[in-house]
Design a protein around this ligand. Structure first.
Ligand code: IMP
Ligand code: MG
Length: 182
């Protein structure tokens, strides 16, 4: 039977097992750092949905969760330079220790602007946990506090990451065949 998703993948970059191993380690580290701090864990939709819900299950500290949808990309594979709030938080960040959970950091634009916004809203602390990091592409001075894995400068999909809203439901992370987006 044809697999509509995997037939478009050039190669697997991170397997399901590797993803879970890394998230477990991140969860242990974050649990140590946030002991007694009741962090507000913010999932950046839609890409970080899988990552965030897996990550919090490895946390051994009390935390709260909220969701925010910000978009800088539209449907292109190159950043459009715009950040817009598509869905805002329903929790106040005033005085809270905030942990932003993101799928991938590319230029850093999205989270650079979000960090400024959360500071304006008087968050007590703001840290970033990203599953993937593309440090080669950075344009904004942004260093994530927790990183799952560094990836090369290629367009990746799966485990939440999309190309034109597809491939998020692949259980692994893979490189998309270039002819799909060229
Ligand atoms: P930044 O603002 O340039 O750091 O872009 C971050 C956002 O770009 C992420 O939240 C993703 O939605 C998207 N993005 C960047 N690189 C990739 C990729 O390789 N695959 C899928 N989405 C990506
Ligand atoms: Mg995103």
């Amino acid at each position: 039977m044809i697999n509509e998703l995997s037939q478009d993948i050039e190669r697997i970059l991170v397997t399901e097992e590797e993803i879970q191993d890394r998230i477990k380690t991140l969860g242990e580290q974050i649990s140590k750092d946030y002991a007694g701090k009741n962090p507000l864990v913010i999932c950046i939709l839609k890409g970080a949905a899988f990552f965030m819900t897996d990550l919090v299950r490895y946390l051994t500290v009390k935390c709260e969760m909220d969701f925010m949808d910000i978009d800088s990309y539209g449907d292109a594979t190159v950043s459009s330079g715009q950040v817009k709030i598509v869905k805002d938080l329903s929790t106040s960040v005033d005085g809270r220790n905030v942990l932003i959970v993101e799928d991938i950091i590319d230029t850093g634009r999205t989270l650079h602007h979000l960090k400024e916004l959360l500071a304006l809203r008087k968050a007590k602390s703001v840290r970033i946990c990203t599953l993937l990091d593309k440090p080669e592409r950075r344009e904004f001075g942004l260093t994530p506090d927790y990183i799952g894995l560094e990836v090369p400068n290629e367009f990746v999909v799966g485990y939440g990451l999309d190309y034109r809203q597809h491939y998020r439901n692949l259980p692994y992370i893979g490189v998309l065949k270039a002819d799909i987006y060229e």
